[in-house]
Design a protein around this ligand. Structure first.
Ligand SMILES: Nc1ncnc2c1ncn2[C@@H]1O[C@H](COP(=O)(O)OP(=O)(O)OP(=O)(O)O)[C@@H](O)[C@H]1O
Ligand SMILES: [Mg+2]
Length: 327
């Protein structure tokens, strides 16, 4: 079974300088798996995630495409069906935990409302149990606090506890651990993935943390300039990337560097598209480009669905090193 199936999704932000944040995304997330979306800042990860929840801003216009979740077309749900979808299927954890909690309400009361909404036990004992499940220290005290009275790390655990207590079928986590220190991060990731596995929740994990992605996620999709340029098993995509952009991205991962070796960075910066990219959006930065790459829009090739005209040759060359690039 497939939980999420996205076909040719294109989205533009209106304004004096319009931005085509999604430029024809194709993505599949099998049920009960954890898929990471990786890619440089501005590649469209958050925009894609918010569109799956139909949470994208009003200034965004869907140009084309379809988002199916359990076969339902999310972009054309009625208001009522959308409320049911958000209540019964989807949970969303944002990068900014404090911002995602209601500042006017004690944490316990927020948990109570959610639990009552799904007809579950909403007693203080149950609230404590849920916070304890996310290893919140002194949960009975925390339940009586307001969000601004807890640390960022604590607020993120609370936000995850709130998301998971609804036993969502699909959890979208947008860099949920980026603001946490490394020890807390590891523990929160472990708890979240354990709960997702136990509940059979499909997980969409947006992250810049490539080692964590390789370690925890089943699959990975690499985004560049609003398209998924490659997808497949997480350790395969990051360990033996097929697309030149994935190769360049993987080479920036500090955990792959050997002692004494200089880390590479990707020269140049990603384009901000105003309309559909005519050719390959990565061509200007790609060491493998040929003239055709600027003119021909690449179509998916092979099991990884790599968007590269030169896919077979490039994939066999392994991780590309960018000459003279370092951080
Ligand atoms: N509300 C908005 N209005 C206009 N443009 C936007 C808006 N939100 C995002 N964008 C633009 O859309 C593109 C994709 O942004 P998005 O936030 O989805 O990237 P991202 O991959 O999540 O980046 P990051 O890793 O920094 O979180 C960027 O060019 C961004 O500037
Ligand atoms: Mg983002």
């Amino acid at each position: 079974m497939t939980t999420v199936r996205i076909t040719d999704l294109a989205l533009e932000f209106a304004g004096t300088s319009p931005v085509r944040a999604l430029d024809g995304v194709d993505l599949e997330v099998p049920e009960g798996t954890a898929l990471a979306i990786v890619g440089e800042s501005g590649s469209g990860k958050s925009t894609l995630a918010s569109t799956i929840g139909r949470l994208h801003p009003r200034s965004a216009r869907i140009v084309s495409g379809e988002v199916l979740v359990h076969g339902e077309d999310v972009l054309s749900l009625s208001d009522r069906a959308l409320r049911v979808y958000r209540r019964d299927t989807l949970a969303y954890v944002a990068q900014d935990p404090i911002g995602s909690l209601d500042p006017t309400m004690r944490i316990g009361n927020q948990l109570k409302l959610i639990l009552r909404g799904i007809g579950d036990d909403c007693s203080p004992r149950r609230q404590v149990e849920l916070l304890d499940g996310m290893r919140v220290a002194d949960p009975d005290r925390v339940r009586r606090l307001y969000p601004h009275q807890v640390s960022g790390g604590m607020a993120q655990r609370v936000a995850i506890a709130m998301a998971m207590c609804r036993r969502p079928k699909l959890l979208i986590a947008d860099e949920p651990t980026a603001a946490l220190d490394s020890q807390v991060r590891e523990e929160v990731i472990r708890l979240l993935f354990a709960q997702a596995k136990e509940q059979g929740t499909t997980l969409l994990w947006l992250s810049h943390d490539l080692p964590a992605v390789a370690r925890w996620c089943d699959d990975a999709a690499v985004m560049y300039a609003g398209r998924v340029v490659e997808q497949g098993g997480a350790s395969a995509v990051l360990g033996r990337p097929a697309h030149p952009y994935s190769q360049a991205l993987a080479a920036t991962d500090p955990s792959r560097a050997r002692r004494g070796e200089r880390l590479t960075s990707i020269p140049g910066s990603p384009p901000v598209l105003e309309g559909a990219s005519a050719g390959c959006a990565f061509a200007a930065r790609c060491a493998h480009r040929i003239d055709l790459c600027h003119a021909v829009r690449p179509e998916p090739v092979g099991a990884r669905r790599s968007l590269c005209l030169r896919s077979p040759e490039v994939a066999s060359q392994g991780t590309m090193q960018h000459e003279g690039a370092s951080v």
